[in-house]
Design a protein around this ligand. Structure first.
Ligand SMILES: [Zn+2]
Length: 137
């Protein structure tokens, strides 16, 4: 039997909305109406001011690598079979910082590198994975 990727629950109160949107290849975050704080992941309240009125925004999926690490060993069979692979923080152009896999040769990943989202489709959601993209002119 081939191991499959462990997937998040779609009915979790705070993160459910984010994962539901991924089914349509939409990378959503929230912005507070009261203070303008960019909230990611898209919680129900603003973690800056406690405000409860937040508007949903959508990222185009482009950003830069803030930091990363290369996973060479993993307990879970699915991830063990993927190793070595890269996981990193990506600063999206709209402001949110997202933790995600960065596809491609781990030796090719650099801090500050431009990346763009790609989607790994599953039945009810898609997993955002980033890949190197050409620099913005
Ligand atoms: Zn706020």
């Amino acid at each position: 039997m081939t191991e499959t990727r462990p997937l998040p629950a779609l009915d979790e109160p705070d993160t459910g909305r984010f994962w539901q949107a991924t089914a349509g290849h939409r990378l959503v975050y929230r912005e507070c109406r009261a203070c303008g704080h960019v909230e990611f992941f898209p919680r129900r309240h603003c973690t800056e001011c406690g405000g409860m009125e937040l508007d949903e925004r959508e990222s185009a999926g482009d950003g830069v690598v803030y930091s990363y690490t290369v996973i060479r060993r993993h307990q879970h069979p699915y991830f063990r079979a993927r190793a070595p692979y890269t996981v990193g923080f990506v600063d999206l152009d709209e402001g949110p910082r997202i933790l995600a896999e960065i596809a491609g040769d781990p030796d090719g990943v650099r801090i500050g590198q431009r990346v763009a989202v790609e989607w790994e489709d599953h039945e009810e959601l898609a997993v955002p994975i980033f890949r190197s993209s050409p620099p913005v002119p």
